[in-house]
Design a protein around this ligand. Structure first.
Ligand SMILES: Cc1ncc(COP(=O)(O)O)c(C=O)c1O
Length: 416
């Protein structure tokens, strides 16, 4: 890696591609997002990634904490996972009938989730959460749902904007994440009309086990199926899932992201009495039975069974959070690092009261981080991978020292 005290970087090729993309791709971004730093030069196009590192199209190297938004729990281009997928590709990755891997994958996956007896597999987290809702609707004969967090891009997951079908406002209620106890009020507002409560656990604070037991019990009291959306947290949170962390058994769980370590795979796992009603339902997708991603997922499961992955990312997350808080305090920057909500998914929040000054100081911090080869997301939680090392964290903290110093100068130039 280039020195952490290097000078300016060029992002010219990123800029050139972004200008072309503006004409070809609505919004210019495949994740319907914005550049990391809005309105200024920053890395926008990546060329390759290995382990915890990636390189942009201008040849700049980064220690990467964005991790493509979550799939790369083992790091980019994990040799064992990718070799398993590539070997499977050679055999024809999608065939005309069922494949033995479907059964093997189902058995292996279910063995990790106590209380889950059956699974359906698909390709994306959005598909998995939508399928879980549909199964819950069929099982209960009800339509309404309470959701909490980001569950994907399908109609029922979106804010109510003019482009989603009418009627959703009545069918889909959102739980106030700061007040999980309000679930009782929501479900009581239309007794016996709710099919499901779908919760992305990273949204709920505090992460105390009793809060999740209460959510599950409240859903059941009102005849609703409890779905835990572990698309981000499965395999990542010690001892291997959020539900085991807090000791609950959801009726259904949705999975994706880390499951294939970069290969597209998703699943719903759940109790037999819930999942069996999915038999004969139309949950079909041409690519759902694709086997290269399934081979990748099996290799990922082997890897996490043999290595202390969740413990490692937890410990490194704590090290990063503690170090960032110490550095922010030392440079007198109003900012707080925290697990969002748990250490393997850390974030740094700038808390200057004047919003304009906050944005300037924050941009100064991230600009400097990129320049010194650390890719942190200014607006989205970060992901630590098993490929990150304690030395990587310490290097990141050295870069943060510089970045906080630059941020401090920005704050002094534009006081609140
Ligand atoms: C908790 C959760 N559920 C569902 C999804 C949707 O997954 P996908 O983007 O694969 O459709 C995401 C994606 O970030 C997520 O974090």
């Amino acid at each position: 890696m280039a020195s952490i005290i290097e000078g300016e970087r060029s992002y010219a090729r990123s800029r050139g591609l972004a200008e072309k993309a503006e004409q070809l791709i609505p919004g210019g971004h495949h994740l319907s997002g914005r550049p990391l730093l809005v309105g200024e030069d920053c890395p926008q196009y990546m060329a390759r990634g290995v382990g915890a590192r990636c390189w942009d199209v201008d040849g700049n190297e980064y220690l990467d904490y964005i991790g493509a938004y979550g799939p790369f729990l083992l790091g980019y281009a994990n040799e064992r996972v990718d070799a398993a997928a590539c070997a499977q590709l050679q055999r024809g990755n999608l065939l005309s009938l069922n494949h033995p891997l479907h059964v093997e994958f189902a058995e292996r996956l279910l063995s990790r989730f106590p209380g889950a007896d059956m699974t359906v597999f698909m390709k994306t987290g959005s598909e998995a959460t939508t399928a879980a809702l549909r199964i819950a609707r069929k099982l209960t004969g009800k339509r309404r749902v309470v959701r909490c967090g980001y569950h994907g891009w399908h109609d029922w997951c979106l804010p109510l904007e003019p482009f989603v079908p009418s009627g959703l406002a009545e069918q889909v209620l959102e739980l106030n994440v700061a007040d999980p106890g309000s679930l009782e009020v929501l479900l009581s507002s239309a007794p016996n009309e709710f099919a499901a409560v779908v919760v992305a656990p990273e949204m709920i604070l505090p992460t105390r086990a009793s809060v999740f037991h209460d959510l599950l019990n409240t859903a059941h009291k009102h005849g609703a199926v409890f779905v835990l959306d572990e698309v981000k947290t499965a395999l990542r949170i010690k001892p291997g899932s959020f539900q085991r962390h807090v000791g609950i058994v959801p009726d259904m769980t949705t999975l994706s992201k880390a499951l294939g370590n970069g290969w597209p795979i998703a699943a719903v796992v759940g109790k037999r009495e819930v999942m069996s009603c999915a038999a004969g339902m139309h949950l079909s997708g041409t690519y759902h039975g694709e086997t290269a991603a399934m081979a990748a997922a099996l290799a990922t499961l082997d890897f996490v069974d043999e290595h202390p992955v969740a413990e490692h990312v937890w410990a490194l997350g704590e090290r990063l959070i503690d170090g960032l808080n110490a550095a922010a305090a030392q440079h007198q920057i109003p900012a707080i690092a925290f697990g969002e909500p748990l250490p393997p998914m850390p974030f740094l929040k700038f808390t200057i009261t004047n919003a304009a000054v906050n944005e300037r100081v924050k941009a100064a911090f991230y600009r400097e981080s990129f320049k010194r080869g650390v890719l942190l997301h200014p607006r989205h939680l970060w992901f630590i991978s098993y490929a990150h090392t304690a030395e990587d964290i310490d290097r990141t903290l050295s870069v943060a020292e510089y970045a906080f110093a630059v941020a401090r100068r920005e704050l002094e130039a534009h006081p609140e």
